[in-house]
Design a protein around this ligand. Structure first.
Ligand SMILES: Nc1ncnc2c1ncn2[C@@H]1O[C@H](COP(=O)(O)OP(=O)(O)OP(=O)(O)O)[C@@H](O)[C@H]1O
Length: 470
């Protein structure tokens, strides 16, 4: 039960959209929409704050997030495979062997799926079921691995060298390539990140400066190798990682535990190994591990699966390798978590810097509101100071969601339901220039609230106070 309809209208509407998408099997086409729904639902108010309602909302969000991860991974895999096919054969068409191209099992379904948008792709995707695959080592005998055709998937590095990936299965190479953005592919700027001056400074010192003036960072000043960002969801942790990679001209690998999973025994470890090998090969590199807690939860937990344990151990070994043997090939490991207290001690120790990422303050919220409204016609009378004050406790993603809701609220001033065809097109055309006003924000504030649980946030801060180091 999710609360009474009056107070949760926005929430229920969005849940309905998500359910319709799932029923129609449209997840795979809708990564952006799904991401937006997650942000919106996270920010939507449910009535009365009852525990049942909040639990129900959180459970629903979790399932959407799991689906989003798979959709994103699938999209990356398909793009890579499509590119690789084009490069290898001059044709993006899949090979004739139907076994190889119609595997339904995830997460690698798309690795073997048809190219983006085809009927076959839609039929074979089963994101919801796929979330359990990390621990699944049993494969159908008919599920043989595809032939190794990894050549051509990876671009040359800065020195013009080509990585020899022949000892890895193609799908492993594709999986890791899917997490990688070369220096030209990643164009984020630190200026795109609002607030977080201290964090930007620390990252500048830890990542950018050692590359610019390596002679200074010797001996006692040898640069930090790994850092974990701990803070509530939607506070820009992923964004800042991407931006620092771009600022330091580093190759950026962004991975989650789903990326590091394979249904074939032992292959998850190989994915981890290849990830670090490629990071060294394309150095300087930043490996960003989102939700590190899912990889590095408390070791030896009774619920911890053998396969997860092996992946984690390989990860620890590789982190040590990255930190000691390959200094000339600089690899910086950056991780993010919303629940840092779940991190296992061995992993925690390897992250020399542990930094709390707080919610945006008044100033940052005001700037975020202003920046988000750029490009959308809005009234000069919008009172950003007032809005910034009213959004205390919002994450950056909540603030963006508020602006989106206000921008859409413009529609509600007009009765578009009765319009059809040309009339509707004409009305929508003129609405494009309609200004977003204070009243739209007031209405948005009724529907959007902070997605951050204050208790979790406090726990996060306490962990950083105990274990943190800025
Ligand atoms: N400081 C910020 N500056 C600019 N945009 C921000 C900032 N914080 C959050 N945002 C907005 O929120 C969105 C989500 O940010 P991001 O994914 O980086 O958060 P996160 O902390 O990594 O979240 P999660 O823990 O859920 O992965 C961004 O795409 C951006 O629109």
């Amino acid at each position: 039960m999710i609360g009474d309809a009056q107070t949760v209208t926005g929430y229920l509407e969005r849940v309905q959209v998500a359910k319709t998408m799932a029923d129609e099997g449209r997840w795979s086409e809708s990564g952006d929409l799904l991401r937006q729904l997650i942000n919106d639902i996270r920010s939507c108010k449910v009535s009365g704050n009852s525990k049942d309602e909040i639990d129900s909302k959180n459970a629903f969000l979790k399932s959407l997030e799991a689906n989003l991860k798979l959709v994103q991974q699938n999209a990356r895999d398909e793009d890579d495979l499509h590119d690789a096919m084009t490069r290898q054969s001059g044709s993006p068409e899949p090979p004739a062997d139907p076994d190889v191209w119609s595997k339904p099992s995830a997460p690698s379904s798309s690795k073997f799926g048809a190219k983006k948008g085809t009927a076959a792709t839609r039929q074979t995707k089963e994101p919801t079921k796929a979330t359990a695959v990390m621990n699944n080592q049993v494969s159908n005998p008919a599920d043989s691995k595809p032939a190794n055709t990894s050549q051509g998937i990876l671009p040359p590095n800065n020195a013009g060298e080509t990585f020899d990936a022949t000892s890895y299965d193609t799908y492993i190479v594709q999986a890791v390539r899917g997490t990688m953005a070369t220096q030209t592919e990643n164009t984020m700027s630190l200026d795109d990140i609002i607030g977080m001056q201290d964090v930007k400074q620390v990252l500048h010192e830890a990542v950018t400066l050692p590359l610019l003036v390596p002679e200074f960072f010797q001996g006692l000043r040898s640069p930090w190798k790994a850092m974990v960002l701990a803070g509530p969801p939607g506070t820009g942790k992923t964004l800042i990682a991407r931006a620092i990679a771009s600022e330091s001209s580093s190759t950026f690998f962004t991975v989650s535990s789903t990326d590091l999973s394979s249904k074939w025994r032992g292959d998850s470890e190989k994915i981890v190994r290849l990830l670090f090998e490629l990071a060294r090969f394309y150095a300087p590199s930043i490996i960003f591990i989102d939700e590190i807690d899912t990889l590095g939860g408390q070791r030896g937990n009774s619920g911890e699966h053998e396969a997860s344990r092996r992946v984690k151990s390989e990860f620890l070994v590789q982190m040590d390798g990255a930190q000691h043997k390959f200094d000339e090939r600089r690899v910086f490991v950056l991780a993010a978590t919303n629940i840092p207290w779940e991190l296992d001690e061995a992993l925690r120790r390897r992250f020399e810097k542990r930094i709390f990422i707080p919610l945006p303050d008044l100033d940052a919220r005001k700037k975020l509101l202003q920046t988000s409204m750029k490009g959308t016609p809005h009234s000069n009378e919008i009172n950003y100071d007032d809005l910034a004050a009213k959004t205390e406790g919002f994450s950056g993603a909540d603030v963006v969601s508020l602006c989106r809701t206000a921008a859409i609220n413009v529609l509600r001033r007009y009765d578009t339901k009765s319009l059809r065809g040309g009339e509707l097109t004409a009305a929508m055309e003129s609405l494009k220039t309609e200004l977003v006003r204070n009243c739209d924000f007031e209405a948005a504030l009724q529907a959007v609230s902070s997605s951050v649980d204050p208790d979790t946030m406090l726990k996060c801060k306490e962990w950083c106070d105990s274990f943190g180091a800025m």
